[in-house]
Structures are given as structure tokens and as C-alpha cells.
Design a protein around this ligand. Structure first.
Ligand code: BT5
Length: 259
């Protein structure tokens, strides 16, 4: 298969003063053929959500958006776009605001161990192809999330002043495309499969604060502690337990416990 990644290009950013969730509106637009790299932004979300339907606090002042993506990837490789999005968001925040952010596995953006942004992705398939992927990002910008979520922080909390969200969104979208392009090019020059693994993982690892930390893992049916030793080429987190065994975590929550 060809290592081609995306077709089409961004044509539109749809802005709404209020939505239940940008995920639902993006899905509706994607089903109505919205093009690759369209985005849906809401000033306020009435039922913003995280993974497992957890509540996402989405007051005025934050940046709540979803991107519609049509990657030419087989569905089992769709997770790669999530890693590209968290890498691109970290680069953007470092470039524009000089923020020393870290990615927490799988895709949270932390500033000094407090949650600055969270990422959620949903996919629809058609046969064995991806019809679309929606990546939703909630970035605390000019809001004060810590009243509702003690472990949350916003850019305004850090910098002490509000910043332009529109420029931030457009810089992020440019960076996301650049990050994806870079890895697609690298992939074209390598003899690997139709994906940009493992170079996106290599770059993600340079930006993570998870590897090397003692962590607590919670999955739907289990919890345990160990040291996060690596992330493999499928995006799975490798945990070394006290007894020396290595445990592979594909989906779940990871809590940093210390070094
Ligand atoms: C996430 O889930 O981190 C993914 C969040 C994705 C939100 C975006 S906003 C645009 C788009 N539209 C949506 O409806 N959603 C996406 P998860 O890893 O499950 O983390 C959820 C947890 O983060 C919650 O249980 C809270 O503890 C915490 N949380 C909630 N609101 C927060 C906020 N504004 N800032 C930081 N942490 C928050």
C-alpha cells in the first residue's frame, strides 16, 4: 500500500457560540461530506465530554474544537493521528508561548503536572477504510478551569494575561499539517508499512513526561502500579511492575506518581 496519508485540505472553520459538543456537530458535518481538516469550534459546550463519557468543563474563554480528518489509513492505524495532534499542540504551545509542556500518555497536555489540554478521538469506518476521524481538543486558554477541576490549569493562569484564541487555533492547524507532512515524508523514504509509525512515536517520546515515571494505571477492569518504561510502535504504554514483569497498556488512564 502507498504511504499516502491525507487527501484534500482544510477549507473551513465552523464557529458556534454554543453547542452541546463539537464532537457531535463535527460528526454531523463529516457525514454530510465536510472536507478533511474542517474544524468545528464552540465558545461554550453544554455537554463537553472526555473519554468514557466523562464531563469536560467547557466554559467561555477556552478553545473547544474538533477537527474532521480523512486519513488514508487502515482503521487499526488511526491512533497515529492522535499522537500527531498532541505532538503538534505541544510544539505550538512551546513556539508561541514558550511553555514547557509535557504530554502525558496517551494524549493529555500537562503544564507542571496540571492538565492544560485533553484530546478525544472518534472514528467512523466504511468497510475496511476510515470514513473519517474526529479529533476533539479542549485547551484551557482564557478560562479558569481550576475552580471546577482542581488539577486543571489554563494559559491565562500561567501567563497572567489573556491571549488570542483565533491565532492559536490557526497556528495549531498549520502545525498539525506540518507535523503530519513531515512524518509522511519520512515514511516515504523508509521501507516501512503504510503509516508514519514509528517516527511520530519517536517525536512523541521526546515530548512526554510519562516515560521514566512511576505511574498508576487504571483500565476498565484492572488497576496497578509500575514504572512507565517505554511506548511501543503501536502507541501502547509499557509498564514494568515491581516483580519485573512488563505489562502492555493499550487503553486506559495513567496517573503520574513521581520519578
Ligand atoms: C479528555 O478526556 O481529556 C478529552 C477531553 C476532550 C475535550 C474536547 S473539547 C472539544 C471536544 N468536544 C468535546 O465534547 N470533547 C472534546 P479524559 O482523559 O477522559 O479526561 C477527562 C477528565 O479531565 C475529567 O474527568 C476531569 O477530571 C478533567 N477535566 C474536565 N474538564 C477539564 C478541563 N477543562 N481542564 C482540565 N481537566 C478537565
Amino acid at each position: 500500500p502507498l504511504p499516502l496519508y491525507f487527501k484534500g485540505h482544510r477549507d473551513n472553520i465552523h464557529y458556534f457560540p454554543m453547542l452541546n459538543s463539537t464532537m457531535d456537530k463535527a460528526r454531523e458535518l463529516a457525514r454530510a461530506d465536510a472536507s478533511h481538516m474542517s474544524a468545528v469550534v464552540a465558545e461554550v459546550q453544554q455537554s463537553g465530554r472526555g473519554r468514557l463519557n466523562r464531563k469536560w468543563v467547557s466554559q467561555e474563554g477556552g478553545l473547544w474544537f474538533s477537527m474532521i480528518l480523512r486519513p488514508l489509513l487502515p482503521p487499526p492505524l488511526a491512533w497515529q493521528v492522535n499522537f500527531a495532534a498532541s505532538v503538534a499542540m505541544s510544539i505550538t504551545l512551546k513556539k508561541i508561548f514558550d511553555l514547557d509542556v509535557r504530554v502525558k500518555w496517551p494524549n493529555d497536555i500537562l503544564y507542571q503536572e496540571r492538565k492544560l489540554a485533553g484530546l478525544l478521538s472518534e472514528m467512523e469506518t466504511e468497510g475496511d477504510m476510515i470514513s473519517f476521524v474526529i479529533i476533539g481538543i479542549g485547551l484551557n486558554v482564557n478560562n479558569s478551569p481550576s475552580k471546577a477541576e482542581p488539577n486543571a490549569i489554563s494559559i491565562m493562569d500561567i501567563l497572567g494575561k489573556p491571549v488570542h484564541r483565533r491565532n492559536l487555533l490557526s497556528d495549531f492547524l498549520d502545525q498539525f499539517e506540518a507535523t503530519v507532512d513531515e512524518h509522511v515524508k519520512k515514511q516515504k523514504h523508509s521501507s516501512d508499512s503504510a503509516s508514519f509509525t514509528p517516527s511520530i512515536i519517536t517525536q512523541w517520546k521526546e515530548m512526554t513526561g510519562t516515560i521514566g515515571k512511576k505511574v498508576r494505571i487504571e483500565t476498565y477492569d484492572d488497576f496497578f502500579e509500575g514504572v512507565a518504561v517505554d511506548v511501543d510502535d503501536t502507541g501502547a504504554l509499557l509498564i514494568e511492575k515491581d516483580d519485573g514483569t512488563i505489562c502492555k497498556v493499550i487503553y486506559g488512564d495513567c496517573f503520574h506518581q513521581g520519578v
